[in-house]
Design a protein around this ligand. Structure first.
Ligand code: ADP
Ligand code: MG
Length: 349
């Protein structure tokens, strides 16, 4: 995880808007040939030649999407970039540029925003994307952060949500449910901390699930792998709201049904043990937890030999006719209709 450095605080009103932008962006250099003009003019200029341009944006509000009492600013910056890149990868495209827009109150000194930008910069470096612009304004209360990602794809390699066909295999990358369980641990420790600030919890047993919550990664590696294997999915989506809701997006958009097998859902052992501890059903957590940023996609059955045995990919089910509906096939072989329980309805359950 990241380290937090303790230093003097510079109030934002000492800098002014332009001084702040300069401070935050001075160490960013563009490295993609597609970035003709980055920060510093009225607009950025991008050139994708004969390729298609893919664009996606996200808005994050303090108190709604993140809680700064357990989300360090550097992690927030990193994660905010990752969630956008994940959307671009889910189109089977390659992210190239981002813009970052901020609304901040005087509660944040320069040093806090520099932490945020250190996380943004780390993500830019690791995923080879250029920061090409943004906007900076004041907020009366919390922090608001909006990131837009721009990506590049050949027209015939773009993958949408609507291409799944009957008998296709349903595949998921990595494992699911961990970010939600990481959040449960962080929220529990935050409550303990409020009562007893001296308490120093040992979070080592939870390091995987906490890392999945605080420092998620986008599955760039899966996009590269699929290209190497010469597999073009018939449909794809990233798992931001939970497996169930994403499967239903694919089924609804593609006009198909599916069978998802409970015993095939990939779960990390720490997810299983923490679910036992929190008395939660691990299947429900996988289906409705969210924030996994794994990829869910469908492939034609004839592609199966190419992905078979790959430790990063799990076949979790198959696509059926629309008339059959979308179901979870449980361990005792009963069929339960999948419902799009979002994050909130699950949290209340
Ligand atoms: P304008 O007044 O035309 O909106 P700004 O002064 O807001 O221009 O921005 C100047 C330059 O700095 C632009 O290239 C803009 O995209 C960039 N920029 C502004 N705020 C940010 C930010 N928070 N992060 C990155 N780049 C930014
Ligand atoms: Mg502006």
């Amino acid at each position: 995880m990241f380290e937090n450095k303790e230093s003097e605080k510079t109030p934002l009103n000492q800098l002014g808007e332009f001084g702040l932008i300069e401070k935050l962006t001075k160490d960013f250099r563009s490295s993609n040939a597609e970035t003709l003009k980055g920060i510093g003019d009225d607009a950025a200029v991008l050139d994708f030649k004969e390729h298609k341009c893919v664009i996606s944006t996200d808005l994050l509000i303090e108190g709604v999407h993140f809680n700064l009492s357990y989300m360090p600013l550097k992690h927030l910056g990193y994660k905010a970039v990752i969630v956008n890149l994940s959307d671009i990868y889910a189109m089977n495209a390659v992210p190239k540029q981002i813009t970052v827009s901020l609304a901040v109150s005087n509660r944040f000194p320069l040093e806090a925003l520099e932490e945020l930008y250190a996380g943004i910069k780390l993500a830019c470096e690791l995923y080879k994307v250029d920061l090409v612009g943004g906007d900076t304004t004041t907020s009366t209360t919390g922090l608001v952060l909006s990131i837009t990602a721009v990506g590049d794809a050949k027209e015939d390699s773009l993958v949408f949500r609507d291409g799944a066909k009957e008998n296709d295999l349903l595949v998921v990358s990595g494992d699911v449910g961990a970010a939600y369980m990481g959040l449960q641990v962080l929220e529990r420790e935050n409550e303990v901390f409020k009562v007893n600030p001296k308490n120093q919890p040992d979070l080592t047993p939870y390091s995987y699930i906490i890392e999945r919550q605080l420092k998620p990664e986008a599955r760039k590696d899966i996009i590269t792998l699929l290209e190497q294997l010469e597999v073009v999915p018939t449909s794809m989506i990233d798992i931001s709201d939970g497996l169930s809701s994403e499967i239903l997006h694919i089924c609804n958009n593609s006009g198909v049904g599916c069978n998802l097998y409970e015993d095939k859902i990939p779960l990390d052992p720490t997810v299983i043990s923490s679910c036992e501890e929190f008395k939660l059903d691990s299947t429900l957590v996988a289906l409705s937890g969210g924030e996994d940023y794994e990829l869910l996609f469908t492939i034609n059955q004839k592609e199966f030999p190419k992905i078979k045995g790959n430790p990063n990919l799990t076949v979790v089910g198959h696509i059926t006719a629309k008339s059959e509906g979308a179901h979870l096939v449980s361990r005792n072989n009963s069929k339960i209709p999948l419902t799009a329980q979002g994050w909130n309805s699950f949290a209340k359950a």
